[in-house]
Design a protein around this ligand. Structure first.
Ligand SMILES: Nc1ncnc2c1ncn2[C@@H]1O[C@H](COP(=O)(O)OP(=O)(O)OP(=O)(O)O)[C@@H](O)[C@H]1O
Ligand SMILES: [Mg+2]
Length: 492
């Protein structure tokens, strides 16, 4: 049998000037950007590399191309070139890059899965691994380290409809399997569906090794509006714990300042007459104010509205009901006005932080959907301050945060920069791409371009226990996804 001149895995040869971190390869056939390659260094040790850019060059000029268009038989000779990034080789727990550039002319091979897994740090960890999907183009399970996620926070970023909530659902399923206590701030009421088994039979459920599963026993849901969200238990606050400003926000006033002083005096008077005063007592007091004028009248009207919302109760929802070890609590804010949502987030986030500091509640992972509304880069939301505190200090107390947003450029930069793990799906807005590129170490130009064209279900993972950013095909959901896009015209 004749011996093959070229090894079957060889894809090309190094040419031109060779740098320590980057080189060019002449390819025998086109390869996809992002493909893992290997090259032997001076000591013949295989080093992992990644194709960062590909170019198809040809001798076809404009004139011959137009002859081709007119039907002429024009031969085209073409060749393929790639720009390759050196990832490195593993020595114990560290990944190193050779200190001598590869030799021009060296063979470049397709990397084997063993080398990829070893250098990237992909390994099965049944205790702390959250299985989110497969390494793109390979059969390697990408498992994020749950401790790294909780201790160092995580962000999930993509344009609208990019698959953020789907991916967060995958993460939460893993957290539930590992009995991690979680709270979801859910402005659209889409996470309750995690109780139920997924009805879809994803094409490649077998490839990913995922079985349908619902998590009914581990999920509880609270909402200030239980008529709109009937599966939820009421989320209430006790009147005695609110100050005048908070009460005015709950009442729906936008110009809180103009009503602050009359509200304060009403509260003081009601509390001195009866320490267990109710909203009805406040309404009566507001109506009784002589020469009260318009402000007392509108306070009384708004208090009546507040009384109907049932947001206030003699005893508010207790923290021990809200946070239960090993369970997931959904705070469903569907139907709640934005400023009231902010206030609710402020109150729950503050008590999580304070009680976690004292060790009164278990270590906790809080998911913040629509984070650009709760901790915006410009302007102020009532809850901005506590969320920034959790982002910077939460890890000391076992309070992790998952920041989810469709507008990364509009999320407070200090919050985003505290997220050591980033899960990025397709992002196209140039400002958002810029915000992401500036907040991730080790992101190459090629990867930044790839983020803009990612197909649904593929995400870039940075951090999470991995040495270098990698692309992951998100695994199918075991439970039902609640954020299905709504079709205006029915059809397939
Ligand atoms: N990994 C995936 N596999 C299959 N389908 C997916 C995947 N990710 C998302 N989808 C589908 O894409 C659609 C949008 O996903 P999703 O609701 O997660 O987007 P989103 O980024 O949260 O959007 P929004 O910004 O509007 O909240 C859904 O219909 C969902 O079923
Ligand atoms: Mg969503």
């Amino acid at each position: 049998m004749p011996t093959a001149l070229v090894a079957p895995t060889e894809v090309g040869r190094i040419y031109g000037d060779v740098g320590l971190g980057e080189f060019r390869v002449s390819l025998a056939a086109p390869l996809e950007r992002g493909e893992y390659l290997s090259v032997e260094d001076e000591t013949r040790r295989p080093v992992l590399c990644q194709l960062d850019d590909v170019e198809r060059r040809s001798d076809l000029n404009m004139e011959r191309a137009s002859q081709l268009a007119r039907g002429a038989a024009i031969p085209v000779s073409e060749s393929f070139f790639g720009k390759v990034r050196v990832v490195g080789y593993r020595e114990g727990s560290v990944v190193k890059v050779p200190q001598i550039p590869f030799r021009p002319g060296s063979s470049v091979h397709r990397a084997g899965e063993e080398l990829i897994a070893e250098v990237l740090g992909i390994r099965h960890n049944p205790v702390t691994g959250a299985y989110v999907g497969l390494l793109r183009g390979h059969n390697l399970r990408v498992e994020l380290d749950i401790n790294a996620l909780v201790q160092r926070h995580v962000s999930v970023l993509a344009k609208t409809g990019g698959g953020k909530s789907y991916l967060v659902g995958v993460l939460l399923e893993e957290f539930l399997r590992h009995r991690v206590t979680c709270v979801i701030i859910d402005p659209h009421g889409e996470y309750g569906s995690i109780r139920y088994k997924s009805e879809h039979a994803p094409r490649d459920r077998a490839r990913f090794g995922v079985e349908a599963q619902g998590f009914r026993d581990q999920v509880q849901e609270f909402s200030p509006d239980t008529s709109l969200n009937p599966e939820a238990r009421p989320l209430t606050f006790s009147l005695g714990n609110l100050d005048a400003r908070e009460l005015l926000t709950f009442m729906g006033f936008t110009n809180v300042r103009s009503y602050l002083s009359p509200m304060k005096s009403l509260l003081e008077a009601a509390a001195s007459a009866n320490p267990d005063f109710t909203v009805k007592d406040l309404i009566r007091a507001a109506r009784n104010v002589q020469e009260g004028g318009v402000s007392y009248e509108s306070i009384a009207e708004r208090l009546e509205y507040l009384d109907e919302t049932r947001l206030l109760a003699p005893r508010g929802t207790s923290l021990s009901d809200l946070v239960v070890e090993g369970k997931m609590t959904i705070i469903n804010l569907r139907g709640v006005a934005p400023d009231v949502q902010e206030l609710i987030v402020t109150r729950v986030a503050t008590s999580f932080f304070e009680q976690r500091k004292r060790g009164k509640i278990p270590p906790l992972f809080v998911v913040l959907e629509e984070a650009h509304n709760f901790c915006p880069q410009q302007g102020q939301a009532a809850c901005s301050r506590i969320l920034k505190t959790i982002a910077s200090e939460g890890r000391k107390f076992g309070l992790g945060m998952c920041v989810v947003s469709q507008r990364p450029a509009r999320v407070d930069k200090s919050v985003l920069s505290q997220c050591a793990t980033q899960l990025i799906l397709q992002v196209t807005n140039p400002l958002d791409v810029k915000a992401i590129a500036s907040s991730i170490e080790g992101l190459t130009d090629g990867m930044t371009e790839m983020i803009q064209g990612l197909p649904i279900g593929t995400c870039l993972v940075t951090g999470g226990g991995f040495h270098t950013p990698l692309f992951c095909e998100v695994r199918p959901r075991a439970s039902r996804h609640g954020g299905e896009s709504v079709k205006i015209v029915p059809g397939s």
